[in-house]
Design a protein around this ligand. Structure first.
Ligand code: PLP
Length: 364
């Protein structure tokens, strides 16, 4: 079976985790600090703050940006639910804006159309590892808004020489097991702003600053990472360049093999951008012989795993029904959700695996 994702765990990971266990220091300690330094250095930011999930990272970031009751945060309906839930955790209002069908990311024109005096922040998602549309920077500046990049899927991506993590006021990464680099469960924030750094550090630590324990200025959570997992993430961050290059190589081969097939649209990439290819996501259009779900089943029968990220936009789920949205509100997201199929692109694929994926689709 060619799986859609395959975590890479080395003997060194096992040794390094064992060393942490033997050290007796198993909560947050030197490994977390070392990981934060490596992560900030890789992303080219002043600060990185480790937390215990990508969701926690998003929550910390919204808190640090001052998002609170009655504030509006503009985001995409075509994402994982964890992008939107932290907005609700801050009692703020989710405002969805439709996506661009070529990038799968939020459409800047749609964002502009949804800005009101209550808008506090923009929350684009660098979906599948493709950096969000950088023209949002200008829109944010003109409207005096901050950008939080949901970079859960985009470690290793870059625009010109700016790495993901350094494309917004603050960025939130996930280190969940299936991500390009991971530690099972974990997250990371990056920023250049000392105030945002301090507020995130406090929020992850019950509202206490790292300098003054048992002083509680404001609410906080326990969102800290442990040294056990930091040891794994530390080894992973050192491999991210190699992994990203390999994912790009695999994506290039898949695109070359599939782009001429009628009814299959391969991912678009801009010349100044490096995609992280967390997912290689094709669109299965009406001109193709099978519909998306039939293609998925066909691949499964031939030993090829694939994934649908995401089958239904957020605004159509009961959880968000009290926002007042209905079918037809975000036509691009609704259509694309019926067309997308992610194929394996991970670095452990062999050339034969890639050939098999291409040939299986071609033969249809
Ligand atoms: C786009 C997006 N946002 C947020 C998250 C949440 O990350 P985590 O699962 O680490 O909480 C994920 C990952 O699952 C994600 O893919």
């Amino acid at each position: 079976m060619i799986n859609i994702s395959a975590p890479i765990i080395t003997e060194k990971d096992i040794k390094d985790i064992s060393e942490v266990l033997r050290s007796g220091m198993i909560a947050g300690g030197p490994k977390v600090s070392e990981l934060e330094k490596e992560f900030a250095s890789y992303c080219g930011t002043e600060y990185a703050i480790a937390v215990n999930s990508g969701t926690a990272a998003l929550h910390c970031a919204l808190y640090a940006l001052g998002v609170k009751k009655n504030d509006e945060v503009i985001t995409t309906p075509f994402t994982f639910v964890a992008t939107a839930n932290p907005i609700l955790m801050q009692n703020a209002k989710i405002v969805f804006a439709d996506i661009d069908e070529d990038t799968f990311c939020i459409d800047p024109k749609e964002v502009e159309a949804h800005i009101t005096p209550a808008t506090k922040a923009l929350l684009p998602v660098s979906l599948y590892g493709r950096p969000f549309d950088q023209s949002l920077q200008e829109i944010a500046k003109t409207n005096n808004l901050k950008i939080l990049d949901d970079a859960a899927q985009s470690i290793g991506a870059k625009v010109e020489n700016n790495m993901a993590g350094n494309l917004a006021d603050i960025s939130a990464f996930s280190l969940y097991a299936t991500k390009n680099i991971m530690c099972g469960e974990g997250g990371m924030l990056t920023t250049n702003d000392p105030d945002l750094n301090e507020l995130c550090r406090r929020f992850r630590h019950h509202g206490q600053s790292e300098q003054t324990q048992y002083e509680y200025a404001d609410i906080g959570y326990n969102y800290r990472m442990t040294d056990i997992l930091a040891a794994l993430a530390l080894n992973q961050i050192k491999t991210v360049e190699e992994i990203t290059e390999k994912r790009n190589e695999n994506a290039k081969k898949l695109s070359q093999g599939l782009e001429k097939i009628e009814g299959i649209t391969v991912p678009s990439i801009e010349a100044n951008t490096r995609h992280a290819f967390h997912q290689f996501t094709i669109r299965v259009m009406p001109e193709f012989k099978l519909n998306r779900d039939e293609l998925k089943s066909h691949l499964q029968e031939h030993g090829i795993g694939s994934g649908i990220y995401y089958p239904k936009p957020l605004h159509l789920h009961p959880h968000f029904k009290n926002l007042g949205y209905k079918e037809g509100d975000f036509p691009v997201a609704e259509r694309v959700a019926k067309e997308v199929l992610s194929l394996p692109v991970h670095p452990s694929l062999s050339p034969e695996d890639i050939e098999k994926i291409i040939e299986t689709i071609k033969n249809i």
